[in-house]
Design a protein around this ligand. Sequence first.
Ligand SMILES: [Zn+2]
Ligand SMILES: [Zn+2]
Length: 247
Amino acid sequence: MKKYLTTSWKVLYIQLLAHAGLVYQIMYGTMWSWLITLFVFVLCGCFGLVMTYHRLLAHNSWPASPRYRKIGSLLGAYAGIGSPMVWTAVHRAHHKYVDTAKDPHGPEHLGLAKVQFLGMFGQAGGEHIVDMLKDKFQTKLNRNYFKMHLAIGITWLLISPTLFVCAYLAPMALLWEIGGSVNTINHWFGYRNRDNPKHHAYNNPITALLFFGEGWHANHHDNPISYTTKEKWWEFDFAGLMIKLVK
Ligand SMILES: [Zn+2]
Ligand SMILES: [Zn+2]
């Protein structure tokens, strides 16, 4: 077992290209190209990252079919933030060591900028994902993560340079920035429904709205095994609602 798992630095090359693509999209994107970007953002962000990477794989908070686990993992993998296995290891370490010096992306000791832009490169020990290391699909996806992105990128480029930008690069950059903002903003400011000395997480309606309910982050740290982050009637959790519909 590898002692420490971390997202490959090759992911940074993908994301640098993705951010350049997002700038191009902001300058020259049409309404149709933005609709495609939004569609991929919801598909890979909500169904891939939030529902699968986070609430299913990292926390086992809802029962999904083996087929959904694979499809959701692939949708999340498309987002270019690292493989499900590494992300889960780092996220479980985040919960275990939250807001201490051992937190792999704690803004209090690493600083907001580092966590926002490079938080996905946090490290975690393999002991956090003993269950996933036995999963052949997940280990294969982890091993071939960069190759998979090369194949996706080249395929889009051959089909259409416009789709390469609006269906691949732009959504990846948006998911990196908006997903990453949960690690910074939600450990920085907002409100809490109760005092919990174990963490410094906060609820923030802006990140909750932008990232499918993940912004009710104090609620999540209070009760990480719940499939939903919603507590108050007005704390709208889009991903939780989707889980309720598909489970
Ligand atoms: Zn957190
Ligand atoms: Zn979590």
